[in-house]
Design a protein around this ligand. Structure first.
Ligand code: NDP
Length: 278
């Protein structure tokens, strides 16, 4: 029987640990505040922003909301970020992506002060991760590491294959697995013989952005499969990048969608906020 890795339970554990830490910090007179900037009215972004606010409330982090109009100029948005960079009461700054097309996301990310970059997207944060220095780590891949560790899955010495090389998931995921002493391969749309590459994996992390693309023909018997993908299928139900029903008999452990990687992203964001003050 495969272990179904329970992301909801593990993220709750992490949030409860953080809540205790925040209570202790408050006892020392230290308050944590996260500034969340949303631009425009994208409904998915509104849901994410709202979930982040709820998580802050649960843990005891103050959330400062800045809902800016779709028509805001890039210059004005950058000014707002600079103002928050200077504000000593603000520990973390998060700009909800995606942004409207007239705003350069890279410029926005680079404008956030690295010491407040709780999303871990700033080039300095990414660079620190790649050379093994301290810094904020992108939340979704950090969440995957926690899922593995807290499920008792050893990473050191394992063959790890990450399918996907995006800046926010695939690349930092590979660096984190390497930091944990995995032997890491990164696969992408130009990888030759993807099935053979995937079948090497003791731990297969899938962040390909294609619903149910990975079926049992990509899986080594007994592999651990982490499904980062989130999609809505024809029946409007959530599904991942992995064909769960097809692979379940072949894996030793797997994350479901929903209830796997998804809940971990916010938990790790909260973790980054707390570590910003520690
Ligand atoms: P991107 O679209 O930015 O990246 C997808 C990656 O998959 C690219 O590197 C691409 O390769 C690769 N790829 C695409 N098609 C193939 C293929 N046929 N064979 C092999 N590789 C392929 O996606 P993200 O990394 O942002 O997200 C991945 C998934 O994770 C999405 O479903 C997203 O919704 C989900 N997600 C979930 C989060 C969560 O909280 N659970 C958070 C973030 C993302 P190439 O570089 O060559 O184009």
């Amino acid at each position: 029987m495969a272990l179904i890795i329970d992301g909801k339970k593990i993220s709750k554990e992490i949030k409860d640990e953080l809540k205790e830490k925040v209570t202790a910090l408050k006892g020392e007179g230290k308050n944590i505040a996260l500034a969340v900037i949303q631009v425009g009215e994208d409904p998915a972004s509104s849901v994410y922003v709202n979930n982040k606010k709820k998580a802050c409330e649960y843990i005891g982090i103050e959330s400062l909301s800045f809902h800016l109009p779709e028509t805001i100029t890039e210059e004005d948005l950058l000014e707002k970020i600079k103002e928050l960079n200077q504000d000593e009461k603000v520990n973390g700054i998060l700009v909800q992506l995606p942004l409207p097309k007239h705003i350069d996301e890279d410029k926005v990310i680079k404008t956030i002060a690295p010491e407040k970059d709780v999303d871990g997207f700033h080039p300095q944060s990414v660079g620190a991760l790649s050379i093994g220095q301290k810094g904020f780590v992108s939340c979704t891949p950090a969440g995957v590491i926690q899922l593995l560790k807290r499920s008792g899955i050893e990473i050191a010495g394992k063959e790890c294959v990450v399918i996907g090389r995006s800046n926010i998931v695939g690349k930092p995921m590979a660096l984190l697995l390497l930091r944990e002493n995995g032997t890491v391969t990164i696969a992408h749309s130009r990888t030759a013989n993807l099935k053979e590459v995937a079948k090497r994996a003791d731990i297969l992390v899938v962040a390909v952005g294609k619903p149910k693309m990975i079926d049992s023909s990509y899986i080594k018997e007994g592999a651990v499969v982490i499904d980062v993908g989130i999609h809505r299928n024809e029946e409007n139900k959530l599904c991942g990048d992995v064909d769960y029903d097809d692979v379940i008999e072949h894996v030793s452990a797997i994350t479901p969608v929903p209830g796997g990687v998804g809940p971990m992203t916010i938990a790790m964001l909260m973790n980054n906020c707390v570590s910003s003050i520690e």
